[in-house]
Write a protein that binds this ligand. Structure first.
Ligand code: FES
Length: 383
């Protein structure tokens, strides 16, 4: 290990991380057009070994992290997943597997259950086989349906995640019906976040305002009808909001992500930010990374804020929004997230929303004349 990272401790005192997300690999059998993994993931082949992951987990638990997520890529492509889950449980973490379901055989599920895995979040792309398989560029709908039944059979709380966008927002009612049929306990309907592949495909995925409003109405009708039978979370795309989301509950506040190669990240998309040397667990202790690294201290607190965030009474509520979105849309991560109506760049977000109003709502396989073809997450498209 190198010497502790030189950086003055910022004020006020830093709380311990709550959530450790182990992105075990960028490898994935699916090719989703809205994936938040970096566009250049194919250049990032290195992965921590089993022993290195276990060491990271031990260190993070010692710091106070309580929740441990395994994601990717597809975490099931790692054949040491079971060992990592077992160790996570032994350390006292609440463990969560975030998966497409591909590779979750009954043998593996039974073993994960035996080892004490607490929670599984299964993703679907749509309620229709056609759109599910198109958007993931795989034939996986039937397989996912079988995995959903297995998860129920093994008595897990059924948590279904469906990313929403222009091509499936009108299917929200059918998606909820599918969830009801599957016996889902918790349904996350989260609109696409425009990072990574989602950002590259924004012109295809951005819905119209009418679609968002209609979908929310449908969700509310179902909520009124089915009560608590299925808890439904509906997350509106923030481009349509007047205030930004409190991304990651604040930079370096609760979330510690570790990329497959050991790079420590304060959020899923942080690698898109230039000029920040994100530390690696192979070089520094998790303690020093969390408390003393320049990367994790960069946007902690509010000393880094510029106008209008600096003087905004809501800054302790939304922390100026999302740093990665501020960078993606304005070129400066320290700017206010321009989805905020107080941002001088907000008109640009409104223009993007307006463009979506005028685009044809055709099937994504039918390229719109003005749009580049949809870009699936593949090694060949990675750059
Ligand atoms: Fe990086 Fe929001 S995704 S700060």
């Amino acid at each position: 290990m190198s010497a502790p990272l030189p950086h003055p401790a910022p004020r006020p005192p830093i709380a311990a991380p709550l959530w450790l997300l182990a992105e075990l690999t960028y490898r994935c059998p699916l090719h989703c057009a809205f994936c938040y993994n970096p566009i250049n993931y194919a250049n990032e082949r290195a992965e921590l070994s089993t022993a290195q992951w276990i060491d990271v987990m031990r260190q993070a638990r010692k710091l106070g992290a309580a929740q441990l997520g395994f994601s990717g890529g597809e975490p099931l492509v790692r054949d040491d997943l079971e060992e990592l889950v077992g160790e996570g449980r032994r350390l006292g973490f609440y463990t969560n597997l975030i998966t497409s379901g591909i590779g979750l055989t009954e043998t593996r599920l039974a073993r994960l259950k035996e080892l004490g895995l607490d929670h599984i979040q299964l993703s679907f792309q749509d309620s229709t086989k056609e759109m599910n398989d198109f958007l993931s560029s795989t034939k996986t709908f039937d397989l996912k349906s079988r995995v959903a039944r297995l998860i129920k059979q093994y008595d897990y709380p059924m948590v279904l995640n469906v990313v929403l966008h222009r091509y499936n927002l009108d299917h929200v009612g059918r998606i909820i019906d599918m969830a009801l049929e599957m016996g889902v306990d918790y349904l996350e309907l989260a609109n696409t976040q425009y990072y990574g592949w989602g950002l590259a495909n924004r012109a295809h995925l951005m819905p119209t305002r009418e679609q968002v409003v209609r979908a929310e109405e449908v969700v509310n009708q179902y909520r009124a009808r089915i009560g608590n039978k299925v808890r439904i979370l509906f997350v509106v795309p923030d481009y349509f909001e007047e205030r930004p989301k409190a991304c990651m509950n604040g930079w370096g506040s609760v979330f510690l992500g570790i990329a497959p190669d050991g790079t420590a990240l304060p959020c899923h998309a942080a690698r898109s930010l230039p000029g920040i040397a994100f530390p690696n667990v192979l070089d520094y202790s998790v303690h020093d990374i969390w408390y003393a690294s320049g990367a994790f201290n960069r946007y902690r607190g509010d000393a880094w804020m510029k106008s209008p965030c600096r003087d905004c009474p809501e800054k302790s509520k939304d922390f100026g929004g999302c740093r990665c979105q501020a960078y993606a849309l304005t070129g400066d991560a320290a700017n206010a997230d321009p989805v905020c109506a107080k941002s001088p760049r907000h008109a640009e977000v409104q223009a993007i929303v307006m463009q979506a109003q005028h685009a044809q709502n055709s099937h994504p396989a039918v390229a719109q004349p003005q749009a580049k073809p949809i870009l699936f997450r593949t090694d060949a498209n990675s750059r």
